[in-house]
Design a protein around this ligand. Structure first.
Ligand SMILES: [Zn+2]
Length: 162
């Protein structure tokens, strides 16, 4: 998902996973963060704690989302990109979205992304799509050096073909 969709965020609120203002990864009150898969959240917080020693602060721009919110983001993306085909390069359906499962987090700002690109695999945190440098998922096998190949965009991800 592109970083900000303010109009959508006003329509469905934080209870559905909207993040009107970026939040720290240590925020336990925001459902977008609190409802993430516990393994992903733990890895993210370990990485963020270590990054803090390097003067880098992580924020969450998106995390867990309700199916309703994901549907709304998809609807908005179709309007923005002009076709369902192009929208699919950026926003998954409620049935396929790793965000709805709590298995994906959109991280910012730029220096945090750069830190994760360099060190994230050590924590199992991996970029999945070349066109979404902010989108991270947990790939425990990456800790041992098995970093997964990058898909050019989500339409190349077999998980999206359902
Ligand atoms: Zn994402």
């Amino acid at each position: 998902m592109p970083d900000f969709e303010p109009a959508v965020r006003q329509a469905l609120g934080p209870a559905h996973g909207a993040v009107p203002v970026p939040v720290p990864v240590f925020d336990d009150e925001t459902p977008a963060v609190a409802n993430l898969d516990p393994g992903l959240l733990a890895a993210l917080r370990r990485a963020a704690a270590d990054a803090a020693h390097d003067g880098v602060a992580f924020v969450v721009n998106g995390g867990w989302r309700s199916p309703e919110y994901q549907e709304q983001l998809l609807h908005d993306a179709v309007a923005k990109y002009g076709s369902a085909r192009e929208a699919a390069r950026w926003v998954a359906t409620p049935a396929t979205s790793a965000h709805v499962r709590g298995d994906a987090v959109d991280v910012g700002p730029a220096d945090a992304r750069a830190w994760l690109a360099e060190h994230g695999a050590r924590y199992g945190l991996c970029q999945i799509y070349r066109n979404e440098p902010w989108h991270y998922e947990l790939r425990p096998e990456a800790v041992g050096g098995g970093r997964p190949p990058l898909y050019p965009d989500p339409t190349h991800d077999p998980r999206m073909r359902r």
